[in-house]
Design a protein around this ligand. Sequence first.
Ligand SMILES: [Zn+2]
Length: 1006
Amino acid sequence: MRRFVSAVFLLAIGLVAPLAAQTRVPVKLEPGREQPVDAEATAKIRQYTTAPEFNSPLTDYLPASATVPSPGAVLGDVAGAPGILPYTEEVHRYFRMLAAASPRVRVISIGTSEEGRERIAVAVSSEANLEKQAENDARLAQLADPRLLKLGGSDGSRFDDQRAESLITTSVPVYYITGTIHSPETGAPTALMELAYRLAVDESPYIQSIREHVITLITPVVEVDGRDRMVDVYRWHLAHPKATTPLLSYWGHYVAHDNNRDAMGLTLSLSRQVLDTYLGWHAQVLHDLHESVPFLYDNTVGDGPYNAWVDPILTNEWQLFGWTNVAEMGKLGMPGVYTHGDFDTWSPGYLMFLAAMHNGVSRLYETFGNRGADTETRELDPDDTSRTWYRQDPPYRTVSWSQRNNNNYEQTGLLVSLAFVAENRELLLRNFWEKSKRSVTKPEREGPAAYVLPAGDRRPGAQAELLRVLQLQHVEISRADKAFTVTVEGGGEPSESKPSDKTAKPKTTTRTFPAGSYVVRMDQPYSRAADALLDRQYWSPDDPQKHPYDDTGWCFPALFDTEAVRVTDRQVLAAPMSRVDAPILPRGGVTGSGPVFVIAQQGDDAMFRLRYALGDATVEAVAEPFRTAKSAYPRGTWLVRGIAQDALDQAAAKAGVTVEAIAAAPKAATRPVGKPRIALLHTWLDTQTEGWWRQRLDRLEIPYTYVSTQDVAADPDLATRYDVILFPPVGVGDPSRIVSGLPLWGEPMPWKTTPETPNLGTIDATDDQRPGLGFAGLDHLRRFAEQGGLLIAVDDTARLLIDTGMAPGVRVADTEGVRVVGSVLDARFPDPASPIVDGLGDRLSVYSAEGLSFELSNAAVGGWADEEGDRPTGRGGPKDTDGTQGRTAQAAPPAQGTVERWEARPLGIEELRRSSWGIIPEALRPRTLVRFGDAGDLLVSGLLEHGDQLARRAAVVEVPVGQGHLLLFAINPIWRGSTIGSHPLVWNAILSLGQRAPVSETGVSR
Ligand SMILES: [Zn+2]
């Protein structure tokens, strides 16, 4: 019995708290000698573990209980048994059985998913702790918000540290564990079922200590929709062992892996519910379980750079937890446990980072999984198996691996961590208190004092959405009761989150903000969450970390195209203001009277929603700015007729859009604003990036048809069904794969609803995932555009259209050396009168994944501009003209006008003479609607190297094709719920280029 010979000391004895005084805290991390054992289950555990060292003395047996059911009651076998993956409902059923049988377990429903599946949290602790949970929570709530323990002094004594210390020594910390956010990472639910069972019934002294000193909170399945689909796919695989398993085309309802990048925007129910649960319980740790690295990579430590807004106390806690895990699991005899490694902890987009931004401890395990419950021989990457200073005992190169092995590692790691917290609860709570205090005292320490979002922002809808995101982050928002004046850095206008003033020397001036301006005070407990989202990011090109793990920039005010002024002047906190607790929505509705309704063009998502909500009303956009008796309106403002005032009032109030009713329309040129029929096009290779587009259309209640590349391949008459096809990025690297799909050898790979797979085929379905767009599909897209359709393609789908000759005169720019990794860049509008940029100012911050840009030509072949080179050797200086000795000087060739980088150059005499067949007719020439900013302004946030190569190049290009258009995006305008600012580029295109209605005489629309 290995577990009896391994006696391991966790840590030196900690302080004995009053609560702990009743029982001596055991320090040995080992099972109790008297612990009754379930012999049958124990034998199974050992049978399913592929080598003794892949288990620990803590988990190589199952405790027996006469009254409490073990996971076998639902699973029919032990956790991690081969061939068994429980559905969400089965996992939840087990936890409810456990709660019914044990007073040490409680199950709470925390909400439902996009598809209506329940999410739960399970609390496991001693009976006494759960009985007094409300009192304990009241203590933790005070440690979480030091303003509740205020003494009033402005010096060091302003908080009641003595009282805090008494709370620290009498409180039980909460450790929150979340499982299987990533659906192919399948082990966590069973590991957590067994962990909860152990914590509930095992009487080993170290488990008793965990029960007594920790409340363990568990959400066993975070991505509940994706879990059920994954189980379907796995069961299909068991039923068809020789066939190729279908790809897991959908995880959650909208996105796949990116569900772990939503902790900033909080657009997914899973992010919001985990955060609400975490903060609702005033937890100290959020520990998220993943399974894509052998054997246990505690990526809490990672390798930097660390997020610039987290408290150093936290980064030291990462080290403390991480290295303790490595040391203790090593002593327990488990190979391949390490903590330092690939992961930079820069972006706050990860689920676990919700804790980091809210004064807790964020943790993440990568254990090793087989994407299912088969036991398989695995060959590991040399990078994962090398012995190095931080991995003295690395994973094996070749290994037989089972789901049970995975469950052993996950459980052992968690037990070690929970025992560590039990022993060091006071340290953890003291740190929690300190971090909370330092969040509240931010204005007088590192600053800033507040961010101000001025009243009267040009984009009220975007401003409101940013404020609502902060509210979801549990950040307190205030509104100024009166105008106030404070010192600000820079010229005061515009915001420093916009780049125009960033090169200017920091100088201070005063600025008066009107009443109604929103203030995000930094003297609140969750100031860091706000600061990290509202500030700008800078990733040095010289940073030793050359492989950023994710986006390097995210500055929300920039990406929302709304102003947020960083104010360090603490006077801002004295301005008269009131807390705003209701969700912030701009006030909407109709004022005035008359048959013509005026809606100011403000580039808001709400206008797009409203257009479809207006039904058959007539909507026109005015081509010029104009005035009514009451207000001035910008170009692109809408005139609405043919709708009852009541109906419009209701729709406008819901959308948060203000409408003025007037007696007669202004005398100005207009163009119609239709309601084009939209299709959203996806592949069967990957639906993730498209999912962010789908999510936004759904949130705005825009009607659209969801079609796959296979549908397009089968439909030669797309133009009879749709006016606009949106083809968002696919993200598979080589765009030709979109055409080819998956190889067609072998059996079909179905994705559809059957009795065997009830959770597949609900978002879209196919008998066979393998066929791609095909050459027929490409041709159908070409015909669609030629017949008057608008095809919007982005990143790799735009590259596909370019590579296949559908966009003559456009190529991907060769920008040598440019390095962009998910950065926020400056963009400008070469034609400010284009309807595509209606509602936008004179610039925009845009999201660029990798620095893609386009180049234009007026010829179908050649005709590209050369970058101006050096002059040949000769007389004079670099700018002078050479001459030939002994002959009269010849007239200089006609001067070429300056050709901008985003433009096609005029064709030369020789090109016009020789290649008339290749010259693109004037009306069909591509033109740039959005370009990247100048080199000095280009970087708004994140990483940018050799930006001079990318500066001023084309970012969005319109290509007339037959009667219709292609619109090619080098940037991604709809990304992770965080690029609200650039949405109008898509909405405006749909509403202007996407309709076939006759064009007004102004010719604004082509
Ligand atoms: Zn993962």
